[in-house]
Every structure is written in C-alpha cells, then in structure tokens.
Ligand binder design. Sequence first.
Ligand code: GCU
Length: 373
Amino acid sequence: WMNSRRGEILKLFEQHVYGKTPTNLGAPKFEVTATKMDALGGLATRKFIHVSLPERPAWQGMDVMLYLPNGVKAAPCFVGLSFGGNHAVSVEKDVPLSTRWMRESKDKHIVNHKATEATRGSESSRWPLEKILKAGFAVATAYYGDIEPDHADGWKEGLRAAVSRAGVNTTWRGGEWGAIGAWAWGLSRIADFLQTESQIDARHLAVIGHSRLGKTSLWAGAQDERFGVVISNNSGEGGAALMRRDFGETTAIITKVFPHWFTSQYANYAGRAAACPIDMHMLIALAAPRPVYVASAVEDQWADPRGEYLSLWHAGSVYRLFGRVGMPSEQMPGVDMPVQTDVGYHIRSGKHDVTDYDWQQYVKFADRHLKAH
Ligand code: GCU
C-alpha cells in the first residue's frame, strides 16, 4: 500500500479531482509579528506569524494565529483554516481585523467584501478556544482568503495566480490545482512553521476543517503525512461523501456552482460519477493508517451523511492492511452516538455547523491518538 498503491491513488486524485499541488514555490518565510503571553486571561500565549514566499512575491502571504496553552511544554496542535479570518475565530479585541476579501453574508456585517468590527468573534462558536486549550492542545489557524478568495475569479488575486508563470490562462488547464488544492497547501505551510515552534509537539498535529474546508482538510491530510489525525466536519460532496451516490449535492451541482474549487477534469464527471476511476473512500484511505474522523449532521442532508459514513466504512479495508480497525458496521451509528476505533464517526443532531459537541469528540479522539504515543 505505502510503496505503490497509495502513490497511484494520490495521483488519481490530483488528476481527476483537486489538481496537482506545485512543489516548486520555494521555501516559505515565517516572521513572528506579535506575541502575547497572557492571552485569553492568561490561559494561552498567542502569536501571529506572517507566512510568505520570497521567491513568489506576488503572493501577499498568510497570517497565522497560534494559541499555545500556557504551562504545557510541547502541545499537540489542531490546525485549520477559517471562513471569517482570525478576528472572527477569536473574541479578543486586539486581534487585527482582516483587510482581505470576504464573502458577503446575510447579516450585512461584510461591506463591499470587507470585514467590519461587527464580525469580531463571529466564528468563535466554531472554535471553542478555551475548551481546546484547557484540554492541553494548541490551535493554529489562518483565514482561507489569505491564500485565495473564495469566488470564481478569486484565483486571479490569490496564490494560484501569484505563482503561475503564464498568468490568466493557466488555471483551468487540465491537471492544475483548484482552490481546495491551494487552501490545502496553506495548511501544510502552517505545519512547516509548527516544526520550528518549540512549544509545539510537531509530531502530533491534527488537521481539521468544516464543509468546503473539510474537503480541504481531507486533501491536506491525504497529501501531507505530518498530519497525524485528519478531521472532516460535514465535508459532503467533493469531501467525504461518495460521488457515486446521487444524494443531496451531486458532482453535477458542485462543479457548476463551485468550479474554482477543483481541477477542470472533475466537471467531466457531472452526471457520470461512475466514469471516475476513484471515489471518496479512497481519499480517506490515503490517510491510513493515520486516524481519520468523519462527522455528519442530521439536518445536513445536502452533505449526504450516509455517503460520508460509507466512505469511512469502505476505507476500513485499508486500515485492516495495517492491523487497524475501521468502522464496526456498514450500518450507521445512531444519532449522537459517536463511534471511535482507529477511525471516528458521529452523526450529530442539528444543522450544518461545527459545535461544542463536535469538538468534544475531536478532543477525545485527538487525546487518544496524539497524546498516548
Ligand atoms: C455549499 C456547498 C457545499 C459546501 C458548503 C460550505 O453548501 O454546496 O459543497 O460544503 O457550501 O462550504 O459551507
């Protein structure tokens, strides 16, 4: 598996779904721009790190926010991107407001695609920082829009354009990466920085993401073996959900509405998923034997909970090659009844979101798989 098949499948995912991540972008540069030892009332040390590519100066770079639990010598770390920026993840008033392009939302707190003060803490319910830090984990996060703004033309302002030699015409060429590929690349650069941070146990990183960023965490975890645990929260189509099940969102819908997320070839499977040589259980299997957690929500039928579960179930055959245990049954567990073996799954009551309940399971899973050894 490790010597031949895994590499073949990884290539198939590059070719048919996400595109190939360039490896010639040059070494990233990391500058710690601020450190606060008594963040969150003394619970944590908070750092900001600006990540740039000196050989590719057209990319404006990414600002990582890192919370380290005070009193823990070498903390395992959750790594994930946000939808709203660092100031939306944290409620702390001194976190700089992102000045980058933002998706407009119903609450009208994003004006002309720029964040306002009213968005401070708006994503904090999805990032229960205090609980995670109190459990002894660090958290490293960055805004996905720092890497590439999330709209059809976003690549023109983001990393993909900045690093492409031919500019405009390169994006939709077969085999080239989509936005998910670029975001996943960003997660790996955060992992690069964490290798240099003495208060982090860099052998113990968990990559996490919700929805489109859950698709991203699966792709990052598939490519980058430094992520010792991989977590996909409600990732749905193009993530954990099997393509071959036409339930909820389909390949036809996602490639029409969000073509920029994928490599161009993926759209050729609209309405004909069976023609694609891979399906998403193989994406999960790329992480094996590293533990993967897939989570669904009952009211998130768009993401096809059963399809998400079946991917994890079918990935079990690869875990078995390593003497590991996948899901115990093809039947899904009951609602709010998490199952944790060498992989994890739950279907939570409620809607498409990341909640404290989800994090309770992830912390337990990471405790077991990252802290024990
Ligand atoms: C849309 C999209 C999903 C995606 C979700 C999200 O609903 O259809 O594929 O996961 O947005 O990222 O919130």
